[in-house]
Write a protein that binds this ligand. Structure first.
Ligand SMILES: O=C(O)CCC(=O)C(=O)O
Length: 226
């Protein structure tokens, strides 16, 4: 196990983590066995289109990152993405759908969760990425909202495709590290395919990354259960 996310990143960099996730397709029955929950059709296509319209109309700021202090900071060498504030109606509709997963997630991940944080809407343009990180790493000095996280959720609003055409994007793989027990595999990123409407959930202490988007725009919503 790594002492800190930074140590992991330095190790992972040496092993070119982005390359390990590129172009690989892993069946969801395998990722499920490895502790990554995937639900296709969590949102239907119409809901995804309407949420993307809300994102386009929302106000944008550069996404920040938590680096162990008392608050989030802007560090675009670790995370490059845009965070969008959408209408209360759109945000509450998503939160309501997510809250319906509390019971299932409590059982599935063996943690008691009864609420989730306000959904965060993200846009990644070509070149944007998020380096390997954990959403909660046991740091007791972390702000409350980081310390309480038990389960992380990502909802995809558009499709990852090889061509990155139409409303799709290319690159931008969400990949997980440390799921395979064999120490030789610790730098192997296991990607899940982004598909509009799919919900992916995992324990918040699992290392994950978003590799650089190479074409199109990638739209996701993230939230954390506690
Ligand atoms: O956009 C994503 O797919 C994941 C973002 C993420 O890892 C995070 O916000 O912690």
């Amino acid at each position: 196990m790594y002492a800190s996310p930074r140590e992991f990143i330095l190790n992972a960099r040496g092993a070119e983590p982005f390359a390990s996730a590129r172009g690989v397709r892993v069946n969801t029955s395998i990722t499920t066995q490895l502790g990554i929950y995937t639900e296709e059709g969590f949102l239907d296509r119409e809901a995804c289109e309407s949420l993307k319209a809300s994102v386009r109309a929302g106000s944008r700021e550069r996404a920040k990152v938590y680096e162990g202090g008392t608050d989030y900071v802007l560090n675009e060498s670790r995370r490059s993405a845009v965070r969008v504030t959408v209408s209360d109606t759109a945000a509450s509709a998503v939160k309501e759908r997510l809250l319906a997963k509390c019971e299932d997630f409590s059982r599935r991940f063996g943690v008691g969760v009864s609420d989730c944080q306000e959904p965060t809407f993200l846009v990644y343009k070509p070149g944007d990425f998020f380096e390997p990180h954990r959403d909660h790493a046991g740091n007791q000095n972390a702000p409350d909202r980081v310390r309480r996280r038990r389960v992380s959720a990502v909802v995809f609003l558009n499709d990852e495709s090889a061509a990155g055409v139409g409303g799709d994007y290319e690159g931008g793989s969400l990949a997980f590290y440390g799921l395979l027990k064999d120490p030789r595999c610790r730098h192997v990123g296991i990607p899940v395919r982004g598909m509009a409407g799919t919900l992916v959930a995992f324990r918040s202490d699992v290392f994950h990354q978003v590799s650089p988007v190479t074409k199109g725009e990638r739209f996701t919503i993230v939230s954390w259960f506690f």
